[in-house]
Design a protein around this ligand. Structure first.
Ligand code: HEC
Ligand code: HEC
Length: 287
């Protein structure tokens, strides 16, 4: 009897370990040929703005949105993350990367060494970007300056510091499907590029966005304060009011966008009027 129990426990644990290793294994890297001739530099700059890469990757307080020296801290329930230096420095940034490394970082949330990135880097949104936009963004990237800032590693408690475990998280929560069933330009801008939900949607206990409460407002990840809901029911602004806010930062009560939203508005103000209108249309149809 005892032997049977031992054998079945061993089999179950072996199966458990096998399952863990399979689920957490890095994916094989996707290959996409880069072609400078078929990529569009000015669209790359536009995507850079729409995707808000510099908001997290410039130094705290820096005004130079092209110097991606890193160092900003993000306090979360899982520890303090630090944005890495992703400038073109070969030694301190990603200057030695090839296009495929950049592509897999955004598409799979995976490093050139096959390690999982932590989802504080909003690749769950960026993975929905089109191949062409990623290629254009890379073309623009290569024109950016380099910084020799050394950024030390994240400050995470032991339980949450394993990159391997993020494989489980990705299996549970990373999806290539959009939340809105209507996939148009507004959906692409909000869900793939501008990652509005990263701040405006509540998260579950494992830090994943709750699709069922999409854009309904959330606790600030640092634990201090609340971020307002922007679904139709929560916001109750007209399309023109949303467009005005995304252009100038002014609310219908002549208040002005503050906190982290200020840098988001800096980006949305540079988008085309048609794109701001698409974002507004999206917000008007999200319940
Ligand atoms: C919300 C903040 C945030 C935004 C916005 C953001 N990142 Fe990051 N990024 C991070 C963090 C945090 C990490 C570190 C992840 C880790 O260590 O697992 C990171 C890591 C990276 C890395 C990996 C660097 C390395 O040394 O391995 C690349 C490349 C990158 N980001 C590119 C981008 C690009 C391109 C954009 C815009 C399309 C972007 N990031 C937008 C926070 C952000
Ligand atoms: C980095 C976090 C962050 C991101 C990303 C973000 N927001 Fe915000 N948003 C905020 C914060 C914080 C506020 C509150 C601003 C304030 O108090 O002035 C806010 C306020 C707003 C408001 C005003 C709501 C109100 O009731 O006053 C709107 C509308 C809005 N955001 C839309 C968007 C859209 C659309 C996107 C994507 C294009 C977006 N936000 C992306 C953090 C963010």
């Amino acid at each position: 009897m005892k032997v049977k129990i031992i054998i079945s426990t061993l089999i179950t644990s072996a199966f458990g370990i096998f399952l863990y290793l399979t689920v957490t294994a890095p994916k094989s890297l996707a290959v996409l040929d880069y072609s400078a001739e078929t990529s569009d530099l000015s669209n790359g700059e536009y995507i850079f703005t729409a995707a808000g890469c510099s908001g997290c990757h410039i130094e705290e307080g820096s005004k130079d949105k092209y110097l991606l020296a890193g160092g900003q801290k993000f306090e979360t329930a899982f520890g303090t993350f630090k944005a890495p230096n992703i400038s073109n420095s070969v030694e301190f940034g990603i200057g030695a990367w090839e296009f495929k490394d950049f592509y897999n970082a955004l598409k799979l949330g995976q490093s050139p060494d096959g390690e999982h990135y932590f989802p504080t880097f909003p690749y769950t949104a960026y993975s929905k970007m089109t191949d062409q936009d990623i290629m254009d963004l890379w073309t623009f990237w290569k024109t950016l300056p380099s910084s020799d800032a050394f950024i030390s590693d994240h400050d995470l408690p032991f339980l949450f510091s394993s990159r391997r475990n993020i494989g489980v998280w990705k299996t549970l929560y990373m999806s290539d499907k959009f939340v809105s069933s209507e996939v148009d330009r507004g959906t692409y801008l909000v869900e793939a590029l501008s990652h509005c939900a990263e701040c405006h949607s509540p998260r579950n206990i494992l830090g994943a966005l709750k699709f069922s409460e999409w854009l309904e407002g959330a606790q600030d990840p640092s634990g201090k304060g609340r971020i307002p809901g922007i679904s139709t029911e929560k916001l109750a602004w007209t399309g023109d009011e949303i467009i005005e806010y995304l252009s100038s930062g002014f609310t219908p009560d002549y208040d002005v966008a503050g906190g982290k939203m200020a840098s988001v508005v800096e980006n949305t103000s540079k988008l085309s009027a048609a794109d701001r209108s698409s974002i507004a249309q999206y917000l008007l149809r999200v319940k």
